[in-house]
Design a protein. Structure first.
Length: 389
């Protein structure tokens, strides 16, 4: 069991370095276009603030190479100022004398927001010098940046090795949700996988193999499975080096009595004519880019019977409106099913948002890569180094 902020005692007046994930989209005027990630961090900030800690809040934003005025965390600090009136200060540096000075002047119950961690190249390199400068700012380290827990960066992995540490409420919720879903699944448990990167998704499938009742496979990855079954997939995306693994998955599932559902029809592009067709068979020159109507019905019928669902990856190239229907139907069915539902991975989360059903999903995981790793049953390095109870 990882130590959580609830386990931290007597923190009034203690300097706490809190790593958040404020990687929010901004426009060129510094307006925050989607505050979901900030809202998700508010309970942890509020809790530590109410306990009277001196909070030093840090985060990355985007992928700057050095200072970039369009990726400043100042707009986030302003947002927090509205939530915590007269308590929030901003320092326009990441580390150094100005930061040391600002921390020195912090009163109990005040919040200091530091500038974007990635303005310092030591952050992603996990450089020892940068780690030391961050660590010396605080007595305790709290990680609540779930979205980067699969990375070994200075502000998570590096600092956690230097200071007494704990996880915040957001990470705690992500861990508990996945743990419960995999250790005590409700049945029927339907796992839905899509997307294009077969290598990643094979580990997902293997991780649910002993737990799920039905595995639905759509999206680009489905074509590797269909080819493994000897079907003609035309010019659809395929991972030839994964055909044998796909065959093994199909064989294992059969032996274990797990139902695997694959597309039975397709929305395809005829490449040289740039024409979209609906078809049950794919031939040379045709690229399958979405599940067809019959497949959608097959998948939806199964989803509606579920008591628990996990979903990662779109079942079509949904960014292109000609191929988004299948994914939207899946999102709506997951919402309608009434099953306990977990959706992870950036694309499936945005499909849920685009379908307007986000409020009917039990858990929308906040971290793309990190939630994929959790679904794969892998250990997240930045969480592994947090103190245990
Ligand atoms: P992943 O990162 O593996 O979850 O893949 C997500 C990407 O898969 C999205 O950008 C989709 O456009 C893409 N995708 C989904 N279905 C297909 C398909 N049938 N062919 C090619 N790409 C697809």
């Amino acid at each position: 069991m990882k130590r959580t902020i609830r386990d931290l005692k007597n923190i009034k007046g203690k300097r706490i370095l809190l790593r958040c994930d404020f990687n929010v989209p901004l426009d060129n005027y510094g307006d925050i276009l989607d505050d979901t990630r900030i809202v998700a961090e508010l309970p942890t900030i509020a809790y530590l603030n109410q306990k009277g800690a001196k909070l030093i809040v840090c985060s990355h934003l985007g992928r700057p190479k050095g200072f970039d005025k369009y990726l400043s965390l100042f707009p986030v600090a302003v947002y927090l100022m509205k939530h915590f009136p007269n308590k929030v200060k901003f320092c326009s540096k990441v580390v150094g004398p100005e930061v040391d000075n600002a921390v020195e002047k912090l009163n109990d119950g005040e919040i200091l927001v530091l500038e974007n961690l990635r303005f310092n190249e030591g952050e992603e390199l996990n450089s020892p010098a940068f780690v030391s400068k961050l660590a010396k700012l605080a007595d305790i380290y709290v990680d609540d940046a779930f979205g980067v827990t699969h990375r070994k960066h200075a502000s998570n992995y590096g600092v956690a090795l230097k200071l007494p540490s704990a996880i915040g409420f957001l990470i705690e919720k992500e861990l508990l949700t996945f743990q419960q879903a995999f250790e005590q699944p409700k049945h029927p448990f339907v796992a839905i996988f899509g997307g294009a990167k077969v290598a990643d998704k094979l580990s997902l499938i293997n991780n649910v193999m002993d737990k799920a009742d039905t595995i639905i496979i759509g999206g680009g990855m489905a074509y590797t499975f269909l080819q493994a079954m000897g079907q003609n997939i035309g010019d659809s995306i395929v991972a030839l080096d994964k055909i044998e693994e796909a065959k093994n998955v199909l064989k294992n599932a059969k032996e274990k009595g797990i139902k695997i559902l694959l597309p039975i029809d397709h929305v395809a592009l005829i490449k040289d004519k740039d024409k979209v067709i609906k078809t049950t068979g794919l031939e040379k020159g045709m690229v399958g880019l979405d599940i067809g109507r019959k497949s959608a019905k097959l998948f939806v019928d199964e989803i509606l019977k579920a008591q628990q669902i996990i979903w990662n990856g779109p079942v079509g190239k949904y960014e292109d409106k000609r191929f988004k229907n299948g994914t939207i139907k899946i999102a709506k069915a997951v919402a309608k099913s009434g099953a306990y539902s977990i959706v992870g991975g950036g694309d499936s989360v945005s499909a849920v948002n685009a379908s307007g059903v986000a409020d009917q999903i039990n858990h929308l995981s906040t971290g793309g890569g990190a939630s994929l790793k959790l679904m794969e049953g892998k250990i997240l390095p930045a969480i592994e180094v947090i103190d245990t109870l």
